[in-house]
Design a protein around this ligand. Structure first.
Ligand code: GSH
Length: 324
C-alpha cells in the first residue's frame, strides 16, 4: 500500500510516527458534483450533468466507504445507469489492483488497466495523494468526478431523480441538522473509530479510540430501542453510513482491529437493526463478506503478519429482525 506523489507511486504504510501512533485519515482530492443540469455543486467545478450511462463507479466490496455508494446506487434505482468495476480484495505493495483471480473482482471494465492508481493518473498525470476507493468516473470528460463517498451518496440521492423517477429521499431537508449531528459522532467514533483503534501504533492512541467507540455503540443501542431507524420510521443516509461499519464489525473489526469489548450480536437492538438494513431489498447483493475478510486480514500484514485468515463467527443474516 502506498500513495502517489506527483504521479509517481510510493510504496509506504501510513505514517503514524509524526502523530504519536495515531491514524489520521487524509481528505479526498476530487470534489466535484453531478447535478441534474450540470451546474456546479457545493464544491468543485461545473460540467457533470446527470445522464444515463455516463458515469462509472470503481469500488472495493471490502471497503465500507465504497459500500455506501453501492448501496445508494441500488436503493436509488441507478444500477442500469451507472456501471461498476470492483478491485481485488488484496491491497498490497501496488495498492488496489484490477487482478481478477478472486470471485467478484471484475478488473477495469473501462480501460483494462492493471492498478487503481492508473485511474488517478489518467485523470491527472501529476496527481498526489492516496489511491482510494470509491471513485466516481466520468466517461465523457475522462476524469474523476469525486472520490469522497459521503458526497457521492448525496449526488446519488437526488441528481438522477428526474431520469429514474425514484424520489426516495435519504437526506430530507427537515432532518438535515439532526442527521449531520448523528453522522458526525458516528463518523468520528464508529466509522473512523474502528480504523483509529485498528491502525493505532501506540497504546494511548488505541485507548483514546476504543472507549468512545463502545460509548457510541451503547448510545446507539439505547436510541434504537425507541425507534426503528436512527431518525425514526424512515431510513436516512445516517443509517446507511452506520450500516457498512456494523456489517463488518463481528467478522473483521472485533478481531483484526481489536474492537473486542463486545460483539455486535451482543447488542439486541443494534444487531436486529443491522439485519433489518441488510434485509432491505437489494442490499445483500452489495454486501460481500468474503471480500471483507480477505481484504483486511490479508492486506494489513503489519497487524496480521502471517496472513492467516480466521474462522469467523457464525452470524445468521437472514434471521427475522422483528423491527417495525
Ligand atoms: N474519504 C474517502 C475514504 C475512502 C478510503 O479511505 N478508502 C480506503 C478503503 S476502505 C482506501 O482506499 N484506502 C487506500 C489508502 O488509504 O491507501 C471516502 O469516504 O470516500
Amino acid at each position: 500500500m502506498g500513495f502517489l506523489q506527483d504521479g509517481k507511486w510510493n510504496d509506504s504504510w501510513y505514517d503514524t510516527k509524526s502523530t504519536g501512533g495515531k491514524f489520521v485519515r487524509s481528505t479526498a482530492g476530487f470534489r466535484n458534483w453531478i447535478t441534474p443540469d450540470g451546474a456546479a455543486g457545493p464544491t468543485g467545478e461545473s460540467g457533470f450533468k446527470a445522464e444515463a450511462g455516463r458515469y462509472h463507479l470503481y469500488v472495493s466490496y471490502a471497503c465500507p466507504w465504497a459500500h455506501r455508494t453501492l448501496i445508494f446506487r441500488t436503493l436509488k434505482g441507478l444500477t442500469a445507469l451507472i456501471t461498476v468495476s470492483a478491485v481485488h480484495p488484496d491491497m498490497l505493495s501496488d495498492g488496489w489492483t484490477f487482478s481478477t483471480d478472486f470471485n467478484g473482482a471484475t478488473g477495469d471494465d473501462l480501460f483494462g488497466l492493471p492498478y487503481l492508481r492508473d485511474i488517478y493518473t489518467r485523470a491527472m498525470p501529476d496527481v498526489s495523494g492516496r489511491v482510494t476507493v470509491p471513485i466516481l468516473w466520468d466517461k465523457e470528460r475522462g476524469t474523476i468526478v469525486s472520490n469522497e463517498s459521503s458526497e457521492i451518496i448525496r449526488m446519488f440521492n437526488s441528481a438522477f431523480d428526474h431520469i429514474t423517477g425514484n424520489t426516495l429521499d435519504f437526506w430530507p431537508e427537515a432532518e438535515r441538522h439532526e442527521i449531520e449531528k448523528v453522522n458526525e459522532r458516528i463518523y468520528d467514533t464508529v466509522n473512523n473509530g474502528v480504523y483509529k483503534a485498528g491502525f493505532a501504533t501506540s497504546q494511548d492512541a488505541y485507548d483514546a479510540a476504543i472507549t468512545p467507540l463502545f460509548d457510541t455503540l451503547d448510545w446507539l443501542e439505547e436510541r434504537l430501542s425507541k425507534t426503528r431507524y436512527l431518525m425514526g420510521d424512515n431510513q436516512t443516509e445516517a443509517d446507511w453510513r452506520l450500516f457498512t461499519t456494523l456489517a463488518r464489525f463481528d467478522l473483521v473489526y472485533h478481531g483484526h482491529f481489536k474492537c473486542n469489548k463486545r460483539m455486535l450480536k451482543d447488542y439486541p437492538n443494534l444487531w436486529a437493526y443491522t439485519r433489518d438494513l441488510y434485509q432491505t431489498q437489494g442490499v445483500a447483493k452489495t454486501t460481500r463478506f468474503d471480500h471483507c475478510v480477505r481484504h483486511y486480514y490479508y492486506s494489513h500484514d503489519m497487524i496480521n503478519p502471517h496472513r492467516i485468515l480466521p474462522i469467523t463467527p457464525e452470524l445468521d443474516w437472514s434471521e427475522p429482525h422483528g423491527r417495525d
